[in-house]
Design a protein. Sequence first.
Lengths: 377, 252
Amino acid sequence: MVALARKTLVYEWRRFLPAILAVGFSGLLQLLQAALVLGIFGSASVYITGSSADLWAGYPGTQSVNLGRSIDAGVEMRLRMDPDVTAVEPFRWVDADWRGPNDTGGVSVFVSGINARPDGMMFSRALPLDLRARLNEPDAVIVDRADLSSLGVGVGDTAVINGHRVRVVGVSSGLRALGGVNVVASLATAASLDTDPSNVNRMTYFVAKVRDPSNAPGVAERLRGNRAFGNYDVWTAEDFARRSQLYWMFDTGAGAGVLFLAGIVFLVGAVITSQTLVAAVVGSVREYATLNALGVGVGALRKVVMEQAFWVGAIGLAGSTILGGIALVFAHSRNVPVALDPLTAVACLVLGMGLAIVSGLAAMRSLHRADPATLLR
Amino acid sequence: MSEPMPQIATPISLQARGVSKSFASGKVQSTVLHDLTLDIRAGELTLISGPSGCGKSTLLAILSGLQRPDGGQVIALGEDLGELDLRALERFRLLHTGFVFQGFNLFPALNAREQVELPLSYLGLAPAEARRRAMASLEEVGLGPRMTLRPSELSGGEKQRVAIARALAKRPDLLFADEPTSALDAANGQIVIDILHRIARNHGTTVLCVSHDPRLVGHADRVLAMEDGRILSDRVPSPTSTPASGIEEPQA
């Protein structure tokens, strides 16, 4: 079988180059956009992914970590009673108002009150042990390096949170928050910053470790639905993290914006690619018509066009994969929040191939001009 | 002047019966073919000549099954082409017909051998057989040494010979050629028409050639002169190849 599609692609590569570039760049844009979105919105769940807890207990229906409401402190006992639970600790979330020593006005901050002991689960992956230990000093707080300027402080400075004096004892990295600024404190400090009187004897979350993390879904199932300690629900860390990210992505409208952009990129890519492929078909229309006169069916000619579309897609996407990889490595080295899991990467590439196929289908329509009778005049 | 050798052994392979065709351009209906009846024999090179616009290309398109007549019948190899649907017609062309066009219509990316092999692969031939046939056809048109060259490396005459080889390799019963020499110089035109003539003789193929090129008349076994959608004369030219010395046959 003579490989007409491939030989034409190689010989007339200049003709196909715009289509290859269009597929390649739209693939690259989709990949980078997805990586940025996942990187940025991944920080919505940094409280969960930066901690080693397997289970989270909180107010029923909580859509995102930052939207927690307090639950009865007795839930801690309920969790401890389960034979598979090996450790439980509280996590207090306080929405607060920050006034720094410099003129920064009021800044909305999220105070995370955590167990500061070395074996604490909260932020065990985000805070080094020596930094954790400093939280045990009274009124000590840690802020993220990236937030120092917006808070108007440096290490050692004092500031006021909800009218209470605190002292910055260190800086973390990788604890940037969405829609505000993260401040980490010990449970005791956080309790003193919480001005809501109804939160006495109540806690925002309890986090727990289970003996075998692979059993976490079963344990969560067993622990939820018990009304003895008031309203609460239990989720696995994985579920809760995903739910928090999806909330930020879709309920805030940011995800819709991203999808809109992805649609635009797809559309522009498809227009360029299909126009290029149409031009390639029209450029060879007399040859196709001759083949048809010789009895080669229209179906076989369509296959040639679709094969060309496939190769255009494959070459373009190979390019976007390589360039995307380089861009992601570069972004990582510059602390740009990017994250890309294989499934999303494959989805982006499938989208790119879909673009090439749709363009091929559009180009296939121009084969109707390959009427052999038009050759006889 | 003597009668030419009687052609008893050559059966009729292509028939037109009362074929008519007209085109509408705007509100004006112009008739291109007027109730045309015609028999064409196998093993002969039949030339349809006439001024441009006389309907000879339309006649070729209808006889070869590329276009349907408005009225009348075309019977090729005993089959009524009007009864075949589009797919069956494609199949018929694949199995039985070859085409040579004025423009050579070769794929720029393929070398001569691949051009010829391409339609063969759709015939369902094994790759080795397709290659063998393609090479044999190229040898037959005298392009054996040039079969690895692309169209851009071939002269016009050579390209037309590749196109002939492409049609010939299918071993068609019917070979249609539309102005095969009009883009070529005298020498190359001569080569091409000789090849077409030889194909008719050696393979028993029905070769139907449409041209307004007067140089071809002397090489044809039979010349049909057309004008205004009608056949004016049907004659067998003398071997000395001057058009004026042809012998008139009864009109079709």
